[in-house]
Design a binder for this molecule. Sequence first.
Ligand SMILES: Nc1ncnc2c1ncn2[C@@H]1O[C@H](COP(=O)(O)OP(=O)(O)O)[C@@H](O)[C@H]1O
Ligand SMILES: CC(=O)OP(=O)(O)O
Ligand SMILES: [Mg+2]
Length: 410
Amino acid sequence: MSEILVLNSGSSSLKFALYANTTESTTATSEANKDPALKALSLTYRGHFSGLGTKGAAVSLKQVAENGQEHALDELSVADNHEGAITKLMAWLASREGGGALDGIGHRVVHGGQRYREAVVLSAKDVDELETLSSLAPLHQPHCLAPIKLLMARYPEVPQVASFDTAFHADQPWVAKQFALPRELTVKGLIRYGFHGLSYDYINRTLPEVLPDAAACERVIVAHLGNGASLCAIHNGKSVASTMGFTALEGLVMGTRSGTLDPGLVLHLIEHEGMSVKDVSTLLYKQSGLLGVSGISSDMRELLTSDAPEAHEAIDLYCYRIAREIGSLAAALGGVDQLVFTAGIGEHAARVREQVAAQCEWLGVQLDNDANARNETRIAHVDSRVGMWVIPTDEERVIASDCLTQLGLV
Ligand SMILES: Nc1ncnc2c1ncn2[C@@H]1O[C@H](COP(=O)(O)OP(=O)(O)O)[C@@H](O)[C@H]1O
Ligand SMILES: CC(=O)OP(=O)(O)O
Ligand SMILES: [Mg+2]
């Protein structure tokens, strides 16, 4: 039985998961036949180093039994930074009884640019190529590539696979990818890529199992509302539009990112507010969004429990932008059959879903308030014309499944 390690590196966190490949024991079942690469994976451990580089650094590690029950372990200590987290993780892996020999390591890489349209077994040349995209995803790409380089040097015999946030969107219609810029810039790759593709891929593969048999699912909108946030329009299983573009800055209001704004405002900041390119980058990536508007926090949990009017203004703007963009994606799809909420906020913040739903009633969206308050999977009222769902995302499982496929293990 082979074992796969998955790393999902964020700007201040490192999520990881360990899977056993159970292909031989499960391929005969009808479960496995639904999506063999996803179902062949049995999660054995999952963990999360969070708050890396901050005072609030924390760590969690859970062992997962075959029946899915989780058992917290205290075998990992808090790390200060990404390198420390990986060093601790590898030491723990090697110390496990019967553990240590990995068959592959799968990584989330946020930007794949024009070249990387699907997961790939990484060479050192690929890593160099992906490094050239770091300025297009400054909060993510360096943190995705650092562990790859570290692990390649330490474990040259273990193949490493990259799964890209951009890949799910690679075949969007050209009109959805273009900016109205001169052609010489467009051909250089200044186009809309879209992100959170691993999460959308997971939801796209999972939704058919959740929907009742006869439910229409030609036109689906997925709201990935985490620290970063975006929407994706999926038509017959393919991404056709997304709110994120050239970088993960476009679109919705996020924890610390502004989302869409008038490009003339950026010019104004440089021309009249004396800001450098670096200042503007820091402002838009790290000081805006929920944090900037509320002046309190980038964390939705904190805003939801705050009495400050600024916190409520931030939540109102957050929901308003989502509702407006749902309208835009519904236009791209020619309507909507199913609306799915996922990621930290999408899965847990009933009030956000309620506000968004109220502003989308014109689309035929009608919420079951009780089901919504209980974070149930199905949250649409029986009279709703549009199906509404809360589905926990699992980017790590998609990465592991890409890893099995790329390494020929499934
Ligand atoms: N129970 C909850 N209620 C409301 N918001 C929550 C809850 N749990 C997590 N969140 C929010 O989810 C966001 C983080 O989402 P997550 O998907 O974990 O982000 P990322 O993977 O990008 O780090 C934070 O804004 C956090 O406040
Ligand atoms: C692409 C992106 O914004 O990712 P995250 O939500 O993990 O920050
Ligand atoms: Mg995330």
